[in-house]
Design a protein around this ligand. Structure first.
Ligand code: ATP
Length: 244
């Protein structure tokens, strides 16, 4: 057997048969999805079909009632071939540490910290991870430049346009070198031109850095940036291939 076959056959992140209810509302009902290293996958479906719930479960933000979410990392250390993280069983602090180091999230409305400058918003995840402030700010500047908003480094989120704020949010997501970026309607608050620019920048930066992207969208134009599409209908998944 080709040794690379067994490696690529393992998903980076896999959700299996997830169910989640909120009171009498069924958000997920046997949803399954996999994300491989470096690929961009769109979760699509009508409003209320369970897209955000599935993304939140896969990011370890929401615990499913049933089913499993597994994150698999091939370690560069030859003594450790791989390790399995059972997200739904991990204690909260371990989840937080994992989310900080290997997962990153981008939401519809950037969710930047309003009191901090754009620069400090981007530097913050590095500082929380133990990087000293000066080095963190230097890397943050490089990412702001990468997304074309270095000239807004000292602005606070309230002074940024929607597109600028979303670029700062992308810089904040990618600054730590995550393995997975979870993006929930990242262009939902932007006009179509700004949305396309942000999608182009997100996908090219993710491909350059090797990060996989799980993208929730109801917009076919946005889904077309993905390698693959997983469609949700009433909390259930079907996998569709997006033609290149
Ligand atoms: N925290 C919550 N409390 C109660 N109900 C919830 C909660 N989160 C989601 N739901 C419900 O679960 C169902 C699925 O919601 P979800 O947000 O996952 O769908 P979605 O496909 O992302 O929808 P949209 O495109 O409108 O954002 C909906 O009926 C929603 O109202």
């Amino acid at each position: 057997m080709n040794p690379t076959t067994s490696v690529t056959a393992q998903p980076l992140l896999a959700a299996r048969e997830l169910s989640k209810t909120y009171g009498s509302t069924v958000a997920l009902s046997g949803a399954s999805a996999r994300l491989d290293a470096g690929e961009i996958v769109a979760l699509t479906g009508r409003s209320g079909s369970g897209k955000s719930t599935l993304l939140h479960c896969m990011a370890g933000i929401v615990r499913p009632d049933h089913g499993s979410v597994t994150y698999r990392q091939l370690d560069v250390d030859v003594s450790v071939t791989h390790r399995q993280e059972q997200l739904e069983q991990a204690p909260e602090e371990r989840l937080s540490a994992l989310r900080r180091t290997e997962f990153a999230v981008v939401f519809q409305f950037g969710q930047l910290i309003p009191e901090l400058t754009a620069l400090d918003n981007v530097a913050l995840p590095l500082i929380l991870g133990g990087t000293d402030r000066r080095a963190a700010q230097e890397r943050a500047r490089a990412w702001l430049e990468r997304f074309g908003v270095l000239d807004r480094a000292e602005a606070r989120p309230g002074e940024l346009s929607g597109g600028q704020a979303q670029r700062v949010a992308l810089a904040r997501a990618l600054v730590t070198g995550p393995k997975v970026v979870f993006a929930d309607e990242p262009t939902g608050a932007l006009d179509s031109l700004a949305g396309e620019q942000v999608m182009t920048e997100l996908t090219s930066a993710a491909r350059e850095s090797g990060a996989a992207v799980l993208l929730v969208t109801h917009d076919a134009t946005v889904a077309a940036y993905a390698d693959r599409e997983i469609r949700l209908t009433d909390g259930r998944t079907t996998v569709l291939e997006v033609s290149a």
